[in-house]
Design a protein around this ligand. Structure first.
Ligand code: NCD
Length: 307
């Protein structure tokens, strides 16, 4: 299916072919960026960035991607500087922004905001994270990173460790993996941080088989990729629950002594203390490379939707 003027609300809006198309366009963007070429895929276009939740990488990489493609960006990055602070409802804000721009990138603390926005907007909507629900552009970056580092996604053994309960990046990554044929996907959930039932059901429907383990040590030697997230503090309705789980796991160099030499660790960032700092400078750490791909992947997506 073509990308022109499409919304991206869930990674499941994309088929395997669509995802592979984005990979191919991302390759092109990576080379064009290297050559420092001036691009005009978005010349004359305006992209709105509506960020109602903190963001560093996602917001600035969307902004950089827009500029690199020759477009312009309107940034609504805070509830305090826009009319939302005066109590304007989000629907009115979106309606107005769709009149001011050619595409809206939206992040919100609430599940379903992006879908809601797509129902009232006259321009395409890209979900940049809606509550604990999904973060499809991060999943594209994650899948592309794995593909570049390993040459494939099919046949790999992938471990996912962290806040399986609330991390939207994990939900989107797992849905995205269901479009491929990994050999095995391990869910490593210390404490009570297991997948929500709704996500589990969806994966079953999608045919992605996952195996749950409590302790990374049981399976570390099998993994080709380990995907880690922080505990999503802001999603815990009960601060005491957060306190109980916040130190539930930590990846140390010592723990990696049984890992495959070419194990790659990914993390959507920001990371807190879940990965020992020493690991940053080892061959295992792929998260800074992964973060650097945010711009070319988002360029590929914007150019496909608007270019
Ligand atoms: C993630 C998010 O916002 O869900 N950040 C990001 O976009 N890279 C992950 C997180 O906040 O832990």
């Amino acid at each position: 299916m073509g990308f022109r003027n499409r919304n991206l609300i869930s990674i499941l809006d994309l088929s395997r072919k669509d995802i592979e198309y984005i990979f191919k366009r991302t390759d092109q963007m990576v080379s064009l960026l290297k050559e420092r070429r001036t691009l005009n895929y978005l010349s004359g276009k305006i992209v709105s960035l509506l960020f109602l939740e903190p963001s560093t990488r996602t917001m600035y990489s969307f902004q950089a991607a827009t500029y690199r493609l020759g477009g312009k960006a309107l940034v609504f990055a805070s509830k305090t500087t826009t009319s939302l602070a005066k109590g304007e409802n989000i629907g009115d804000t979106i309606r107005m922004m769709s009149a001011y721009s050619d595409l809206i990138v939206i992040r919100s603390p609430y599940d379903g905001t992006a879908l809601y926005a797509s129902m009232i907007s006259s321009v395409p909507i890209i979900n940049a994270g809606d509550g604990k629900h999904e973060h499809p552009t991060q999943a594209l970056i994650d899948l592309y990173t794995i593909y570049k580092l390993k040459g494939r996604i099919d046949g790999l053994i992938i471990g996912v460790l962290g806040d399986l309960k609330y991390a939207r990046t994990i939900a989107s990554l797992l849905y995205g993996l269901s479009r491929f044929n990994p050999k095995k996907v391990y869910l490593i959930s210390p404490g009570n941080l297991t997948l929500r039932e709704s996500v589990r059901e969806r994966l079953k429907e999608l045919g992605l088989r996952v195996e749950e383990v409590r302790d990374l040590r049981e399976i570390i030697h099998e993994l080709d990729v380990l995907y880690v997230t922080r505990i999503q503090r802001e999603r815990y309705p009960d601060p005491e629950e957060y306190e109980r789980v916040k130190n539930a796991f930590k990846i140390t160099l010592n723990l990696l002594k049984n890992a495959k030499p070419d194990l790659k660790i990914l993390h959507p960032l920001p990371k807190l203390d879940e990965i020992e700092r020493k690991i940053d400078n080892t061959k295992y750490a792929a998260y800074f490379y992964q973060a650097s791909l945010g711009v070319p992947v988002r360029m590929a997506l914007l150019a496909s939707i608007l270019g």
